[in-house]
Design a binder for this molecule. Structure first.
Ligand SMILES: *Cc1c(COP(=O)(O)O)cnc(C)c1O
Length: 470
């Protein structure tokens, strides 16, 4: 039925067959894959544009590095002053296949020339169906599935909540400490961090309950280990609020904005077990960690959990806005016709881009590449954790790696140091992002297609920045 895909059968495993998705194409020239600094950063043309930006845009829009990009691709961003920066951000885990991958660009051009929009709720097109079929086949579990498309990660998470509520007739939603689920009102209620995301924007929708996440570094500690303690707290929470009032447990299988926290082993499987016991819908928010980022297509695969609903976005659209909820057919079909959708949801140009991403992913080399990136990052950064007391941990999976900074001899977060390290990297032309509930984590999200030598050069700059700042 839904698994009847029309090209190269996708396989989530590392041994997926190789197909021939083009990584280079004369029609889509890639910027030179080299770090080149022609000016101090930001350069004069970026500074000039920044003045216009400051006069025209509100304060609430922050920026990590105020350079204006002219072109990008592979592992490089080229700014308007001709500087080539090493990209360790991928536009926040979006351009995993590169910011101008031929497999994406050629499909986008072709689709845009045919038509840009119909609204899928008005008249339909096959790209939407094909993306849905591929996600139904790729997501964990071989039960019958359905996929609905949206435009943003927040929208996908909101719709997963709507679907879970419609299917169960229950109102409650359980989320976790350090969680990030988006910036819409419902997803802000689900997001943990107050400043800058939530403060001043409330009140938020109710019926959102928060349980501890099993953070190996920060607990919860106690007998039996971190996973055991976190699961006990989840059970206690469900008892307190009444498990039969809870529609969904929404969990990031590897936390993103919250600090790239890999949950203690056994935690995800325990959450799955508890959800099943109580007829609660298990929703995996794979918006950041999914689509090959962690070395498997979905981060849920690392613990073999089979979520009832999976939310994807970010890397799915290869830079175009596309998000999805994929899940058990009987849950997805619980919403009556007209209950799901949106004007732009599943836009045809974004679907064309996603088919390029999905084709590249089916190839298997990108998953291999993500695991290779992890090895290189560990090889270059783990010695720092042994050497410098300010480096608490190098952690992550695949191409989703992070370094956490603390005051030496304690677990007290050192956000100032993380900011100083990022600033040094930026000055040297290496774009890094800070994350974490306490703002003390540098996260690395290079495009999966970054050349190995560029990755190593960027990591050298990062390591030198950590040494000189700490
Ligand atoms: C980014 C993110 C979201 C929100 O996605 P948007 O496209 O920004 O709305 C939701 N969940 C996770 C885990 C994310 O990283």
């Amino acid at each position: 039925m839904t698994n009847d895909v029309s090209f190269a059968a996708p396989s989530p495993g590392p041994s997926a067959p190789l197909t021939s998705a083009p990584l280079t194409s004369p029609a889509v020239p890639q910027p030179e894959q080299r770090r080149i600094l022609r000016t101090a950063l930001p350069g004069p043309r970026s500074r000039q544009l920044q003045r216009r930006r400051d006069a025209a845009l509100p304060n609430g829009l922050g920026v990590t590095l105020p350079v204006f990009v002219e072109r990008a691709g592979g592992g490089v961003l080229v700014d308007v002053d001709g500087n080539h920066l090493i990209d360790f951000a991928s536009g926040i885990a979006v351009t995993s296949v590169g910011a101008s991958a031929p497999a994406v660009v050629t499909r986008v051009r072709e689709q845009a020339a045919r038509f840009t929009h119909t609204c899928f709720l008005v008249t339909e097109y096959d790209g939407y169906v094909e993306v849905a079929e591929r996600l139904n086949a790729l997501t964990p579990g071989d039960h019958p599935k359905r996929t609905a498309l949206f435009s943003t990660g927040a929208e996908a998470v909101e719709n997963a909540v709507k679907i879970a509520r419609a299917a169960t007739g229950r109102p409650g939603v359980v989320v976790f400490d350090h969680a990030y689920h988006g910036r819409s009102m419902m997803t802000l209620a689900m997001t943990a961090k107050e400043v800058p995301y939530k403060s001043g924007f409330g009140p938020f929708p109710g019926e959102v309950h928060r349980a501890p996440y099993a953070c190996p570094l920060r607990g919860p500690g106690g007998p039996g280990g971190v996973a055991e303690q976190a699961l006990a707290a989840l059970r206690e929470l469900l008892e307190r609020v009444g498990a039969d009032t809870v529609a969904a447990v929404v969990v990031e299988p590897l936390q993103g904005e919250g600090g790239f926290v890999v949950p203690a082993p056994g935690f995800l499987a325990g959450v799955e077990r508890i959800a099943r016991e109580h007829g609660i819908v298990l929703v995996a928010d794979e918006v950041q960690a999914g689509m090959g980022r962690t070395g498997t297509v979905f981060a849920s695969e690392h613990e073999g959990i089979v979520p009832d609903l999976v939310c994807t976005a970010k890397a799915l659209g290869g830079g175009l806005p596309l998000a999805a909820v994929t899940g058990r057919a009987e849950l997805m079909d619980a919403v009556a016709p007209g209950g799901l959708g949106g004007t732009y949801a599943g836009n045809p140009v974004a679907c064309a881009a996603a088919l390029g991403v999905l084709e590249m992913l089916a190839d298997g080399t990108l998953l291999h590449r993500a695991r290779r990136i992890e090895r290189t990052v560990r090889e270059q950064l783990e010695p720092l954790a042994a050497e410098l007391p300010a480096v608490a941990e190098v952690r992550g999976r695949g191409a989703m790696m992070a370094v956490e900074f603390v005051r030496p001899g304690s677990l007290e977060p050192d956000a100032e140091l993380a900011r100083a390290v990022a600033a040094r990297c930026h000055a040297e032309g290496v774009l890094t992002l800070v994350c974490g509930t306490y703002g003390n984590v540098i996260r690395l999200l290079p495009p999966l297609v970054i050349p190995e030598d560029l990755l190593r050069e960027g990591l050298d700059v990062l390591a030198a920045s950590i040494r000189s700042a700490s």
